[in-house]
Structure formats: structure tokens, C-alpha cells
Design a protein around this ligand. Structure first.
Ligand code: BJ8
Length: 425
């Protein structure tokens, strides 16, 4: 990584502690990613983004701030980026995916809190992530209990706006979400000093839909028998989608897909024939959480789809682009976002339908249901997910893990046994 020390110091970061993270990341990335064979050339862009992860994009965000622009940090795929970009502001994902930040979170949170929440709080309070320092305002949501209460702790340190997400999907809940988005628009307008007009919103709806379409295109390519790209690489792309410049990300992802189209035509596969095809479902895998993908893809399996927020839940369904007045546009946004199927909702049977549909579409041999430790909504829903899969005759393995490597060996043993079982079927 180029020398960004001065920038980090100016952001008030604990640069010495942050150095420790910068030391381990290249090694981990090299082991998991650069060791793969026959990667598409288009992955060079994403490799570069990771190699400069705390440098290039933060510097761009700071440039934007110098010109008077604001940056909003988000933690959930229900927060509508369209509103933020329509106010000439930038939204950036802030979910923490590294064990490095967990002890910082444990200073203020119970240790039996989900690692994603602990890492996110730790990254802020320990001052070891530039993105967490740069964001002018955090946008939280009332999804799970742990997050809901964590906003109160973060609000002592940074401005936080919390969106009240309904927990059911009745007509009145969709209307309530529409109202909540209108309130959010007002907050964003007041904070940025920029009005969200219907023209600006139409532009940002197109911008974010463009990103969704590119990701969808990438996923479609994974339905082929010959897999032109590994699951690990697609996971990395999904993770980068949360904080890269949306227009550039869309362009680079479409360019990669052009290359993958050629690979499909030529029958190129990055896996040996007969490699078992796995669908992952469960809690999100925030960057740099590559553990499960790495274990699967070095144990005789290939991840072909993620029914996750770092996966299909992020890009499925577009916002209707035909609406032209603000009220109708916001209604269209509310309806698209309420179509996301998170376990925080009850009931959430649509998620199970999606998993079974994807299992068929991606021609999977088995499903692995991955839950982050202490995430009770996904853990409880896991019972119904696994029951439905068994009834549909689709083999399923449920695992619970965190960000440490302490269970890596045990995970490898269980996943290898699952893949062997699939091979014997
Ligand atoms: S839409 S999955 S991004 S809430 S933080 S719920 S893992 S205990 S992240 Fe999420 Fe939005 Fe839902 Fe997706 Fe569980 Fe942890 Fe809570 Fe989590």
C-alpha cells in the first residue's frame, strides 16, 4: 500500500495499532486469493482495491468532503443508498468483518454479541479504520436487537440516524417504511444542505440499479456447468460493492463479465469437472471474512451462489425506474427494499422459497447454512431453512462460526465430510 500515514493521522486514527492490521492483511489476501490458479484478468481491479483498501477510496471520500460533500456510513442493505446519492452525498458500507476489531467492541458490548456488531463498534471506538473515521453520519436501523442497542453506544461518538425498519411485511408496514424513507430524505437534505429532487432521485435510482444489474449478470454466469470464476472471487466483488464508487464498480464488474462471457463460450472452468456445487445461505460475510469460502474451495467444493446480504439479497429486484414524481419514486424504493428477506422479519418464508429456487437454478449439490455466533434471528430461522431443504431432498449442513481461526480445523473437517458425502450420492 502507498504511504497514507499522514492521511490516517489527520483522521485521528490510532496509526500504530492500525499498522498491525496493515501487516497481516496482505499475507491473508495472498494466501486466500492470489494463490488461486487461472483467475480472470478482470480480478486485477479488485485486487488493487483490496491492496489499497484503507488508502485509495478513503482519499476519494476525503476529496469529496473537501468540496463540501458528506459521507454516510451504513450497516445494512435496507438503508436506501439512492436517497444519499441523490443529495450529492456518498454512502459507504461500514460492516466490520475482521477479528482484529472484535476486542475493541468487547470493551463496551457483552462478549456474547455477534462478531459483526462487535467488530463494527470496535473499528469506530479503537480508531483503526479510516472509513469509520471519515463517515460524517452513521445510518443505523432497527433490525436485530444487538444492532439496535449498539447505535446508542456509537451515538456517543458520532452523529447517528436510526431508521425504524418494520419487522413484518403487511401493507401497513410497507407504508410505514415509505414514511421512514421520507424522514430519512429530510435528514439527508438537512445534513447535506442539498435538496433531493425527483430528477436527482431518478439519476441515483439508475445508478444503484446499474450496480445491481452488474452483480446479477455476474451471478448468472455462475449458473453455468463450467464455472468461469471462483466463489471466493465473487464474494470479494460483493464485499467491494458496498464501498466502491458505484459507477466505477458497475463499469469494472461489467468488464469482468465480458471476459467471463468469453470463458463460458470457450468452456473454461476454474474448477475441475465434478467439483461439488455449494450454495451458501445465512448471515452476511463482511470484508475481510473469507474463511468459509476458502475452506469450501480448498476442500473439493465450489461456492456457486450466496443467499446472503453479501450476495443475492443485495442486488435482487430493481427499483422501478418509470416513476417521475418524488412520492411515487419513494414508494417504489420502499417496495423494492421491503422485498429483501432478512431473518429480522417475521414471517420470512420468502427467504426459504428463494433458497430452494436458487438451489435449482444454480444446480447445487448441497447447501451450507452459515450463521455468525450469537445471531439469534438467523440461528432460529436455520431450523426452518434446514427442514425445508431436507424436505426438498437437498442436502444441507448447518454451521455456526465467528471471525477467529480457532474453529477453522473443525470447520474444515465438517465441510470436507459434507462434500465427501455429496460425492458418494
Ligand atoms: S438485512 S442480515 S445486513 S440486518 S448484526 S442480524 S449477523 S446479530 S447483519 Fe444484517 Fe441487514 Fe439483516 Fe442483512 Fe445477525 Fe449480527 Fe444482527 Fe446481522
Amino acid at each position: 500500500m502507498a504511504d497514507y500515514r499522514k492521511m490516517w493521522e489527520d483522521l485521528g486514527m490510532d496509526v500504530d495499532t492500525h499498522d498491525q492490521l496493515c501487516e497481516v492483511l496482505p499475507q491473508a489476501f495472498g494466501d486466500v486469493y492470489l494463490s488461486q490458479e487461472n483467475r480472470p484478468e478482470g480480478m486485477d481491479y479488485y485486487n488493487f482495491v483490496v491492496s489499497e483498501i484503507h488508502g485509495v477510496r478513503p482519499a476519494e471520500l476525503i476529496e469529496h468532503q473537501k468540496k463540501g460533500g458528506k459521507v454516510f456510513g451504513t450497516f445494512c442493505v435496507y438503508v436506501p443508498d439512492e436517497i444519499v446519492f441523490a443529495a450529492d452525498a456518498i454512502a459507504t458500507g461500514l460492516c466490520g468483518g475482521s477479528q482484529f476489531w472484535v476486542p475493541g467492541g468487547e470493551k463496551v458490548l457483552p462478549s456474547d454479541t455477534c462478531p459483526l456488531i462487535k467488530a463494527s463498534v470496535g473499528a469506530r471506538l479503537d480508531r483503526t479504520c479510516p472509513f469509520f473515521r471519515i463517515a460524517d453520519m452513521y445510518v443505523g436501523e432497527t433490525t436485530c436487537d444487538g444492532k439496535k442497542k449498539a447505535w446508542e453506544i456509537l451515538a456517543e461518538d458520532v452523529p447517528v440516524h436510526v431508521m425504524d425498519l418494520p419487522q413484518m411485511k403487511r401493507e401497513k408496514d410497507v407504508r410505514a417504511w415509505e414514511e421512514e424513507i421520507k424522514d430519512f430524505k429530510k435528514v439527508v437534505e438537512d445534513f447535506t444542505g442539498n435538496e433531493v429532487t425527483s430528477e436527482k432521485l431518478a439519476e441515483s435510482i439508475k445508478l444503484i440499479n446499474g450496480k445491481r444489474k452488474a452483480l446479477k449478470r455476474l451471478y448468472e454466469l455462475r449458473k453455468n456447468e463450467n464455472l468461469p470464476i471462483s466463489g471466493k472471487d465473487v464474494l470479494l466483488i460483493s464485499q467491494i460493492a458496498f464501498y466502491d464508487d458505484p459507477a466505477r464498480f458497475t463499469e469494472m464488474t461489467n468488464k469482468l463479465c465480458d471476459e467471463l462471457d468469453k470463458r463460458v463460450e470457450e468452456g473454461v472452468s476454474v474448477f475441475e469437472k465434478g467439483t461439488k456445487r455449494i450454495l451458501l445461505t445465512g448471515t452476511p460475510l463482511a470484508i475481510p471474512n473469507w474463511k468459509i469460502h476458502n475452506i469450501i474451495e480448498t476442500s473439493g467444493g465450489a461456492v456457486v451462489c450466496e443467499e446472503m446480504c453479501t450476495g443475492t439479497r443485495y442486488f435482487e429486484n430493481l427499483v422501478d425506474e418509470t416513476q417521475t414524481d418524488l412520492d411515487s419514486q419513494i414508494k417504489a424504493i420502499a417496495e423494492r427494499y421491503m422485498g429483501i428477506k432478512c431473518a429480522c422479519f417475521t414471517p420470512n418464508t420468502g427467504r426459504i422459497d428463494d433458497i430452494i429456487k436458487y438451489a435449482k437454478e444454480y444446480n447445487v449439490d448441497g447447501v451450507i447454512d452459515v450463521n455468525l455466533k450469537f445471531c439469534s434471528t438467523y440461528a432460529v430461522e436455520g431450523y426452518l431453512v434446514e427442514k425445508a431443504l431436507k424436505e426438498a431432498g437437498i442436502p444441507v449442513l448447518g454451521i455456526e462460526t465467528d471471525y477467529t481461526d480457532s474453529d477453522a480445523q473443525q470447520m474444515r473437517t465438517r465441510i470436507s465430510a459434507f462434500i465427501e458425502m455429496l460425492e458418494e450420492r
